[in-house]
Design a binder for this molecule. Structure first.
Ligand code: AMP
Length: 198
């Protein structure tokens, strides 16, 4: 099963990805984590990424798609993947589809974490204070949310049309949100394996 975890910055994608991985043993692909690693290594890619991330802009599609293309291989594809923070544009979603098709696979399900905007800002400001993540400051947060609405949110419609988008209310306790996600994943995997839901 290949899962896309989808939502605005601060919607809980990383937290819920960890829980999904614990329970389903999937391979985690977080493009944000890959970029932060490159920044820490001060690689050429890291220097480019820093320029975009610190301003709250998205990295160019071509660069991100290349990173992903290099990351995927037979072994990872066999395990199944949770994509966290990718795709973020319709272009990226189309590229992802092509990359998965090369391995005879598809996106099985898109989990859309839906969280009101004031809650997103509160969470990100708090995360910035605790983790010191350099792009979690108020100006950059507002920019990232704006870009989310403009470039990323249209993807929800793209996946709704494909019939694989499952909205989840991303407020409440982490466990309650995870329970809703687990319910969706079970019904999707029952459907894929032709079983009747319990
Ligand atoms: P994240 O950790 O997913 O919130 O990503 C942090 C930052 O990395 C984003 O604000 C973007 O600048 C950049 N980034 C991560 N994933 C992508 C992507 N799929 N496309 C473009 N930029 C990305």
């Amino acid at each position: 099963m290949n899962i896309v975890i989808f939502g605005a910055p601060g919607s809980g994608k990383g937290t819920q990805s960890e829980l999904i991985i614990e329970n389903h043993g999937l391979h985690h692909v977080s493009t944000g984590d890959v970029l932060r690693d490159e920044i820490a290594k001060q690689s050429d890619l890291g220097k480019i990424a820093d320029g975009y991330i610190s301003k709250g802009y998205l990295m160019p599609d071509e660069l991100i798609i290349n990173i992903l293309d290099r990351l995927l291989d037979e072994k990872i594809m066999k395990k199944g993947i949770i994509f966290d923070g990718f795709p973020r544009t319709v272009n990226q979603a189309e590229a992802l589809q092509k990359m998965l098709n090369k391995y005879g696979q598809d996106v099985s399900v898109v989990i859309g974490l839906e969280v009101p905007e004031d809650e997103l800002i509160t969470r990100l400001v708090k995360r910035g204070r605790i983790s010191g993540r350099f792009d979690d400051n108020e100006d950059t947060i507002k920019q990232r949310i704006q870009i989310y609405h403009k470039n990323t949110e249209p993807l929800a419609d793209y996946y709704k049309q494909a019939g694989i988008y499952y909205p989840i209310k991303g407020i409440g306790t982490i466990d309650d949100i995870f329970k809703q996600i687990a319910g969706v994943l079970k019904s999707v995997s029952d459907k894929e394996s032709g079983r009747q839901p319990a």
